[in-house]
Design a protein around this ligand. Sequence first.
Ligand SMILES: [Zn+2]
Ligand SMILES: [Zn+2]
Length: 255
Amino acid sequence: MTPFNLKRFGKGKPMPEITNGVYFIPGQDEMIPDSHVYVIGMPSSQDLSMVDAGLMGKGGYKMQTIQKAGIKLSDIKRIIMTHTHLDHIGCIKEIREQMPHAELWIHEEEADPIEKGDERGVYGMEMFRSMCQTEYGLKSGDFKLKVDRKLKEGERLDMGGLSWEVLHIPGHSAGSVALYERSQKVLIPGDVVYADYAIGRFDLHGAEGSVLKKSLLRLAELEVEILLPGHNRVVKGLKPGYIRDTAKQWAPYLR
Ligand SMILES: [Zn+2]
Ligand SMILES: [Zn+2]
């Protein structure tokens, strides 16, 4: 793996820059994983986006990391969710307390349930819901949120000096999206595909193995050099055919 540059935007500590206009804040897993956050956009544009938020209680250090790197929170204009599982959206409230101006963008398939307060997709399964509500003091309705923009398949998001394509890649969850930046061959696939031939689970609410397989094959058609998943390692210099090989290995289980 190629090491990242560390970039500093003002005084203070630098933040890892994976490639031009893509910054990485690693998740801090607990018993439950905490998703990584990517900050995308050229800082000079003052039009930055956060991709995903993370688990409950894991918003504070991420906002500090951003500020310590010299980026103003007011320059973060939106939070784009790859999907709305708890380990990605759990800390959305604490983040929006400090960034009330930031819009929330979610794919339409998951935006509608979120707006209606249908949290089955957030918790994934009933047993997990009661466990998390007890463990973290969550109440039903905590993830009933207004969604500022409902993302659609095939949209192009021109933000912060970069152009991202939105791909709807269901299977791990109903409204999973990938963001793809063609000029630098960067793919942010959420939890659909990870490094080391791992894929997202497909046993949760709204998930389906055969659908996940199609989504993997779709991602396999993209030229990807930089893979930035929701968890575990990020990869620079991805082997050509990596996503196709991953889909092939999992094919017997994805029906
Ligand atoms: Zn997930
Ligand atoms: Zn996740």
